[in-house]
Write a protein that binds this ligand. Structure first.
Ligand SMILES: [Fe+2]
Ligand SMILES: [Fe+2]
Length: 192
């Protein structure tokens, strides 16, 4: 699928506002792609499709996840919106002919992050947080820092700001996000 076909498909699944967000995630990720050593073609596919299912109803996400054989944990059962990444990856693979494992992984884990993931997955997770449509102060700060600090420190900061937010809002925290952050801390990556 080329970029035009992806945008055409995406526009049938999401609102104009969400489509604009996906395009900003793509632009952000392309600007940072060289720092992460990632090919821009893969960036385009992953960034545009990451929120393909973001506007699906919770019961539809659960139903599709079951149909695709996705294992649903208790956190996802409670917060089915957390499944919009894995369901989008399953649709990309089964219906849109997207087969690159890194692209499918990046779509799957863009919500929570995860340990042992490719640079593309890290890049999409970060870009989703710092794209220019994100106007909250933490995003503004990290957007400015993105080209100045190491990709790993940037990733840790996105994990930390996301976890701060989840705690503040009393939202459930997905264990993959904790594991992704722990991996960085165990490698010695640390905020000042
Ligand atoms: Fe998302
Ligand atoms: Fe997003």
């Amino acid at each position: 699928m080329d970029r035009v076909q992806i945008i055409d498909t995406l526009s049938k699944h999401v609102s104009e506002k969400r489509l604009a967000h996906c395009i900003r995630v793509e632009e952000t990720a392309i600007m940072l792609a060289a720092r992460f050593g990632v090919e821009t073609k893969l960036v385009t596919q992953a960034a545009l499709l990451h929120d393909l299912c973001r506007e699906y109803a919770e019961d539809l996400l659960l139903k599709l996840a079951i149909n695709f054989g996705i294992v649903i944990n208790d956190i996802e059962q409670n917060e089915p919106i957390l499944l919009h990444g894995s369901v989008a990856a399953a649709i990309a693979q089964n219906e849109l002919g997207i087969h690159q494992p890194e692209v499918l992984e990046a779509i799957t884990f863009h919500i929570t992050g995860a340990p042992k993931v490719s640079n593309l997955t890290k890049l999409i997770y970060i870009s989703d947080f710092i794209e220019p449509g994100r106007t909250f102060p933490e995003a503004v700060i990290l957007r400015k820092a993105a080209f100045e600090i190491s990709p790993e420190l940037l990733l840790l900061k996105v994990y930390n700001r996301t976890l701060d937010f989840l705690v503040q809002k009393n939202y459930l925290i997905h264990p993959l996000g904790i594991a992704g952050r722990n991996e960085l801390l165990m490698k010695g990556i640390m905020e000042d």
